[in-house]
Design a protein around this ligand. Structure first.
Ligand SMILES: [Zn+2]
Length: 319
């Protein structure tokens, strides 16, 4: 699951915890000082895509009165999801990477004159999904975009982007919400009851978008079961093999996130006197995150082996 799967209602809205950073960009745009290449970095599930989309609407509006007017041709086309000066690059359906051909196509798009307002906008999300070839193809355009083009790279792991790409962008960090901000937002922006919102937030404390998806996809029970298995495994109450048998049907991305979270809770809950336990949990968490990163980069890992290795890691903490 990722930001792209979020519900339509949230597809274009400024997340309150991103307001300061995004408004700074809107202000720069109003003064004609917005950088041509912007890297929006922030944690997974925090609504980066929705905030980037909101920013895009402001950048495209032809009535330059600070914020998108909602009435001009540009705003209407944006709302209809049909704006000719906007291009969005994401992995194609069923793929995890953004290849070189769509990037070349987007570069040609940026070279054409804007049809409605004064600028063209390209959004690449998640930017780290670009293959090395795709990222290299974009370098020259990042350095010298044509006309008034603005390129927004949205990334939850900017460290996975080539340094050559990062150095050509100006980075704006989009902060994560606190757990209580997440819960409040979820209660106000979803039709789910307070109890279910609290359950979802407990599974994804600082990732309101992930929590929303759990609710919309009716995954609370399933995730709670898996989260409980991870905790039992860490506490040595079940064997790694038995846990792996029950967990290996899971989509690796979600499972590794749950394991990461169970390990982080373990670190937080470790008493000060038991720093060895906390250190083991931290080491295990780092390895789980490396698996997650490799998986998301599209490396061809055997799912079964990955789940078994991670279960061994979690099981070894209290051993
Ligand atoms: Zn407008």
């Amino acid at each position: 699951m990722d930001d792209q799967a979020l519900s339509e209602a949230q597809a274009t809205s400024l997340m309150p915890w991103h307001r300061e950073a995004i408004e700074r960009l809107v202000g720069l745009a109003a003064q004609g000082k917005i950088p041509h290449a912007v890297l929006l970095s922030g944690a997974r599930g925090t609504g980066k895509t929705a905030s980037a989309s909101w920013l895009t609407a402001q950048l495209l509006c032809v009535n330059k009165r600070g914020h998108a007017c909602g009435r001009c041709d540009s705003c209407l086309l944006f709302q209809a999801g049909n704006h000719g000066d906007l291009r969005h690059l994401s992995p194609e359906e069923g793929k995890r990477a953004i290849g070189i051909d769509p990037v070349r196509d987007a570069i040609r798009f940026l070279q054409q004159t804007a049809g409605y307002g004064e600028r063209k906008v390209l959004v690449v999300s998640p930017a780290e999904a670009m293959t090395t070839g795709a990222a290299n193809a974009l370098l020259k355009t990042l350095e010298e975009p044509s006309g008034n083009a603005i390129i927004l790279l949205v990334s939850e792991r900017p460290g996975d982007l080539p340094a050559t790409v990062r150095s050509r962008c100006q980075t704006f960090v989009l902060p994560s919400p606190t757990q209580s901000e997440s819960r409040l937002w979820l209660e106000q922006h979803s039709q789910f009851n307070v109890t279910d919102c609290a359950r979802a937030i407990a599974l994804a404390p600082e990732q309101p978008m992930t929590a929303l998806q759990l609710l919309e996809l009716n995954l609370l029970d399933e995730w709670e079961t898996a989260a409980a298995l991870c905790v039992s495994l860490i506490e040595g109450k079940i064997t790694p093999n038995s846990a792996a048998d029950q967990l290996n049907k899971w989509e690796p991305d979600a499972l590794l996130l749950l394991m990461n979270q169970a390990l982080e809770s373990r670190v937080r809950e470790s008493r000060p006197g038991n720093s060895r336990l906390a250190q083991r949990a931290l080491r295990a968490r780092d390895k789980v995150l490396r698996f997650l990163s490799a998986h998301r980069r599209g490396l061809n890992l055997s799912r079964d082996l990955m789940v078994r290795d991670c279960c061994q890691l979690l099981g070894s903490i209290s051993a």
